[in-house]
Design a protein around this ligand. Structure first.
Ligand code: HEM
Ligand SMILES: *[C@@H]1O[C@H](CO)[C@@H](O)[C@H](O)[C@H]1NC(C)=O
Ligand SMILES: *[C@@H]1O[C@H](CO)[C@@H](O)[C@H](O)[C@H]1NC(C)=O
Length: 325
């Protein structure tokens, strides 16, 4: 599947996201939120995001993962973007290394140039994640806005909020359930593991001392080469080893689950309960239905514990609160 390079080439998914919105806390968010306050906001994010991914095709995955980590910890309030400071000595970002912070700042700067002080970093991240699906996945959909930026970020909030790669399906369902997301959402969103990169440190637990029998033998052999025992955990491997382009967001992930060609226990375990195995099969068989589910679930995720109205603030820069903390 070739990368879609413009909105014109991307499949436009409608209605489904609206349906998801009605059933979640994101009801307080609004489609086209910046219609009157900054009509070019979403266009400015899209332009900047497209430019970044054109320059480095791995960046779509970075934006989508940042959005996931933002939303699962303290809600989608851009707390993941705050740098260390006197009032935030141990921000979230110190807990788990993520990519794309500078790129998000670049997108925010592009939006500030159009409408200073109007568009939140939390919304910038939500729009950038949506636009990453457009560029890297070839489908697009409406993402509501109106999130406000939080004032705090605490590393300790990560624990118990972000699921781990060795979790089993029931634990994952519990983790997503705690955020108001269903098993269907879990399975649909896990498709994000069709693109991007992973560090060897997350893979070696399934290789040593003995290869996990649920891991495809061919893939295990290539991973042993890429991530030798005792080697640097910081080496990166592609999330999706079964297709030629690891930068494409697609339902290939669900086909890989059938052949054991996924990196984490938290991926493979989705085939171990009858209900989620059925969802995996459906997503493998029908790419457009998966896109619709992914879009709906990303909108739903984007509504987790959001700050709205006069809560929080609209940050000037994404790495610091306006009081400079
Ligand atoms: C179901 C529970 C999940 C677990 C246990 C999990 C775990 C992980 C881990 C361990 C990595 C590798 C990180 C690294 O080596 O730097 C990763 C990468 C990634 N995850 Fe997840 N994840 C989960 C759900 C999600 C969701 C819901 C999304 C987004 C919708 C997502 C998007 C990504 C992306 C795009 C990458 C690649 C990032 C990059 O290229 O830098 N993940 N995930
Ligand atoms: C976005 O890019 C298009 C095409 O290059 C350009 O015409 C438009 O002015 C840009 N919009 C913003 C808000 O930067
Ligand atoms: C493992 O992956 C290879 C390469 O894609 C594939 O040919 C093989 O059928 C897979 N093995 C199993 C048991 O699914």
């Amino acid at each position: 599947m070739a990368m879609a390079t413009s909105a014109g080439q991307a499949l436009l998914l409608m209605a489904l996201a609206t349906a998801a919105l009605k059933s979640t806390a994101s009801g307080t968010l609004q489609y086209d939120f910046y219609r009157s306050s900054c009509p070019k906001a979403e266009e400015a994010v899209r332009n900047a995001t497209m430019k970044i991914i054109a320059g480095n095709p791995t960046m779509g995955a970075a934006f989508v993962r940042l959005f996931f980590h933002d939303c699962f910890v303290r809600g989608c309030d851009a707390s993941i973007l705050l740098d260390q400071s006197n009032s935030n000595p141990q921000p979230e970002k110190l807990a788990i290394p993520l990519r794309g912070y500078d790129a998000v700042n670049t997108i925010k700067a592009a939006v500030e140039a159009v409408c200073p002080g109007v568009v939140s970093c939390a919304d910038v991240l939500a729009f950038a994640a949506r636009d990453s699906a457009m560029v890297s996945g070839g489908f697009t959909f409406a993402m509501p806005g109106g999130r406000r930026d939080g004032l705090a970020s605490d590393l300790n909030d990560i624990f118990g909020s972000i699921p781990g790669p060795s979790m089993q399906v029931q634990q994952l369902i519990g983790s997503f359930g705690a955020k108001g997301l269903s098993a269907d959402d879990l399975v649909a969103l896990s498709g994000a593991h069709s693109f991007g990169i992973t560090h060897c440190s997350f893979v070696t637990p399934r290789l040593y001392p003995a290869a996990d029998p649920t891991l495809n033998g061919t893939l295990a052999a290539s991973l042993v080469k890429a991530c030798p025992r005792g080697g640097p955990g910081s080496t990166v491997v592609n999330n999706n080893n079964a297709v030629t382009d690891p930068n494409v967001l697609s339902n290939q992930y669900y086909k890989n689950l059938a052949t054991g060609e996924v990196l984490f226990t938290s991926d493979q375990t989705l085939t171990s309960s009858a209900a989620t195995a059925k969802m995996v099969q459906d997503n493998a068989a029908n790419p457009v239905a998966w896109m619709a589910r992914f879009a709906g679930a990303l909108v739903k995720m984007g509504g987790i514990e959001v700050l709205t109205g006069t809560q929080g603030e609209i940050r000037k820069v994404c790495g610091a609160t306006n009081s400079g903390s």
